[in-house]
Design a protein around this ligand. Structure first.
Ligand SMILES: [Zn+2]
Ligand SMILES: [Zn+2]
Length: 77
């Protein structure tokens, strides 16, 4: 999956923590590259947030959005 801002393709995937950010925007899973994170430190503000805990560590599973912080799930817009 490319960076949703600049379209760069994720290269050289490494095990463990990736410098690429993950999130959900308008109900769709996105990735953001380290460069775009650096150029826009406020990038997490554009992510969808969990309605229960406000967290942005979300995943899209079978059309539903699941919060990886509190396990709430809901249907995206
Ligand atoms: Zn980018
Ligand atoms: Zn949550």
């Amino acid at each position: 999956m490319p960076c949703y801002r600049c379209g760069r393709i994720q290269t050289d995937p490494v095990k463990g923590a990736s410098p690429w950010g993950r999130g959900v925007v308008e109900g769709a899973q996105i990735l953001i590259c380290p460069e775009c994170q650096t150029s826009d430190p406020e990038w997490p503000r554009s992510l969808d947030a969990c309605p229960r805990c406000g967290g942005t560590r979300l995943s899209v599973v079978m059309g539903s959005i699941v919060c990886r912080s509190c396990n709430a799930d809901w249907t995206g817009a």
